[in-house]
Design a protein around this ligand. Structure first.
Ligand SMILES: [Zn+2]
Length: 127
């Protein structure tokens, strides 16, 4: 079990913080919800990009607060058979992760979390 020490300093100022909503840490925009977490092919969701940086992401089947940017590509894709585009916060444009689309099931999912929202995501995941 994850041990999460609550830190109230960055709590959104609404009661919605106690549900499974996951917000952008930068602007407070609702990104997704914990109930939409999903798994694809049993991945551990820890990845390396071509520069060797480690990314840990969580997967979601829906993310209404995400705006996608770019043309789908399978270059360096983490999920075989899936193309990706950048997933940005609709509120402030911060990079939240990636949207993956492919022909396998599921046909679409989001991988979110290596940047500022990581901490918020993990807190939500542990709730
Ligand atoms: Zn934002």
């Amino acid at each position: 079990m994850l041990q999460i020490t609550p830190e109230d300093e960055k709590k959104p100022d609404t009661d919605e913080a106690i549900d499974d909503a996951i917000y952008c840490a930068g602007c407070g925009h609702l990104i997704t919800r914990g109930r939409w977490r999903t798994a694809v092919d049993g991945h551990g969701h820890v990845f390396f990009n071509p520069a060797g940086r480690v990314f840990r992401i969580l997967l979601f089947s829906e993310a209404p607060g995400i705006a996608c940017q770019g043309e789908p590509t399978d270059e360096f894709t983490w999920f075989k058979g899936y193309d990706w585009v950048y997933a940005l916060c609709r509120g402030c444009g911060a990079h939240m992760g990636w949207r993956f689309t492919g022909v396998d099931r599921p046909p679409l999912f989001f991988g979110l979390g290596p940047v500022e929202i990581h901490c918020e995501l993990m807190r939500a995941a542990a709730a």
